[in-house]
Design a protein around this ligand. Sequence first.
Ligand code: ZN
Length: 466
Amino acid sequence: KADSVQVFITCPNTLKAGSNGLLTNIVPIAGNKLRYEWKSNYPINYYLPSFSVSDYQEYNIYAHPAGITDSILIQNYLYSNSGYLPYFKAEIDNTPLFIELLSEKYGMYPFKNEKYGHCVAPIGGGMEHQTMTTLSSFNFELIIHELGHQWFGDNVTCANWQDIWLNEGFATYTYYIGLQNLQTQANADQEMLNEHNDIKSATNGSVYVPLSQIFDENRIFDYRLTYEKGAAIIHSMRFILNNDSLFYSVLQNFQQTYKDSVATGDDFKNMISSMSGIDFTDYFAQWYYGEGYPTYNIVWQQQSDTVSFTVNQQTSMPSITPFFKLPVEIKFFWSGGDTTLRFAQAYNQQQFSAYIPHLINNLQVDPNNWVVDGIANITTGISVNSILQSVIVKPNPAKDFIVLNVNFKTSENDFIIYDISGKNVKTFKMNADVLKIDISDLENGMYFINCINNNNILPAKFIVNK
Ligand SMILES: [Zn+2]
């Protein structure tokens, strides 16, 4: 980056010129001209200096982010016709709220010692010029998107165009954060749903721009992949963290670590992995470098207060990304209520059990739409009760051993014991009616046993209490 920038523009004295940083001087020049002298002392990437000139009217407002006593100037150079400001004033007046919100979520506005601003110009959409966005009109989404770029794009810039996600994915997700915090969760949900539907309008494509397409501007700025899928994979990382204060700490630390500099997608992967203790290597291989999305297939059944089910997924680009390893939320409905639980799927045909003391009548996969996924196929397995098979566990609660008693004659059956988080803690085979199992190594808690018998799952559970 350049360590600073100065832009001097000489124009007729009937016009105004806007640019980066602070307007330090307006110098009269012979011939009814003025020289506008703009200077910024912040490092700046080579594509972010700009200027625009018109017979602007100037409309100044101020933001007051928490944590600083000074206010931040928001300098707006607007078209001069008398109807312009009244038409857009309510939208422009949201800008201080946006700066205050993003300063709280991403860390202090990066250019607080200078200003933020808007120059209106007849361009398509907007362009996040550092400290002085250029745009053609004002609305919630456009204002907060370009403002989000002041952090993601300007303060921290993608190190190369392959990692344009760091600019556009985060600016797009900034709109979601704005809706969630300043409008309603329902509006934010609708926005994410729209993005997911758009992403799924095609089966393929990675967020990361392949080297072979690096000179294709339309691929770099592909709206579906770079913007929408880029935002969606940030949202899913937030889901995996399952801890919003940690999520925003990662964003703030990323901003601090790479401020006035550049970063790659792998830099973000490494930071979120080290701060969370969760390895995001597979996640990036599947969602950032990989292609497509999963569609879940669930087969479930209930015996008494235990619901057991098998989770399988097909992917839309199996030759490139055959499996997405990530948690999945499942919502269990009963007459008059429901509960949503999270399960960490690590492989296909994985079996889980859940303690739910209600008669379940339906399941829903990913009810909060955290993940880009297809419409799940949900089917009920053969009723265990109808074939009068069962697995009996004694003693219960148990200390050092359990005795399993099955009332069906089969060839060898596979048994798996899970803890309450779905982690497989013991696997064994049983080819007799009764088997004693050593459980002296298990901690106190509730455990589930699944017996896999002719593609049915026969569930049981027990408690360890030492
Ligand atoms: Zn953008």
